[in-house]
Design a protein around this ligand. Structure first.
Ligand code: PEP
Length: 248
């Protein structure tokens, strides 16, 4: 089963309009025809509309960093998945560890958000990952497997969702697991997800956590790694494009 790689940029809470538009324009024009990966940017909500306008007609896809679990209603400050779709988004990140930590999102919340994304016609990128203490105590696979079982919505299909393995201790730290550890975790994830999705040969599994041009090739070459979720290095067009170019 060939899975097309996805290189997703999570801009987090960074950039004002002019910078975001310039970065999107640089990515759209820097994308080489025949590239082996799909490119996706996930700007903050304030930049979705202007970045969507810049990316129109380009092969760079647009995604959001979060959505609410309901379509409308009295939820001040929240944004529904259908609203993101309306703006031109194709993907939405759900369950990022920063949201799990900062906003107390648990697996049930993430599952409901991913379900709302699917219902709106978006592809949810469901994030999972262990803390450093959990890895040190040998629980990483158990934690990540449990997060998958708790966060993947009922009725999801293999090609309708993406799961990103992001060890919490590797995000923004410059540290990464060994390639053997990433390979083992991704094989485990495919096994666990396969039990829920009736196979997982078509499911895209991303690795995230301090991916940069210097380490992208060895990570992206792993059999069960189908792309990357990139934070810091996605804020520079040159670095993000170099990561995408590392997909063989
Ligand atoms: C992220 O926040 O999803 C991420 C992977 O960040 P970084 O690449 O900066 O570690």
């Amino acid at each position: 089963m060939t899975r097309r790689a996805l290189i997703a940029g999570n801009w987090k809470m960074n950039m004002l309009r002019a910078e975001g538009e310039a970065l999107a324009a640089a990515l759209a024009s820097g994308l080489k025809p025949g590239m082996a990966a799909d490119l996706l940017v996930c700007p903050p909500a304030t930049l979705l509309a202007p970045v969507s306008a810049v990316l129109a007609g380009s092969a760079v896809a647009l995604g959001a960093q979060d959505c609410h679990m309901r379509d409308s209603g009295a939820h001040t400050g929240d944004i529904a998945a259908v609203m993101l779709k309306d703006l031109g988004a194709a993907y939405v990140i759900v369950g990022h560890s920063e949201r799990r930590a900062d906003h107390g999102e648990d697996d049930a919340t993430v599952k409901a958000k991913a379900g709302a994304a699917l219902a709106a016609g978006l592809t949810p990128i469901i994030c999972v990952g262990e803390t450093e203490a959990q890895r040190d105590s040998g629980e990483a696979e158990k934690i990540v497997g449990g997060q998958i079982l708790g966060s993947v919505p009922d009725g999801a299909s293999q090609s309708g969702i993406v799961i990103a393995y992001e060890p919490v201790w590797a995000i923004g730290t410059g540290r990464t697991p060994t390639v053997d550890d990433i390979a083992a975790m991704h094989a485990h994830m495919r096994h666990v997800a396969g039990r829920m999705l009736d196979g997982a040969g078509a499911l895209r599994l991303l690795y995230g956590g301090s991916v940069k041009p210097g380490n992208a090739a060895e990570i992206l070459a792993l059999e069960d790694v189908d792309g990357a979720l990139v934070g810091g290095a996605s804020l520079k067009a040159e670095d993000f494009l170099a990561i995408a170019a590392a997909v063989a």
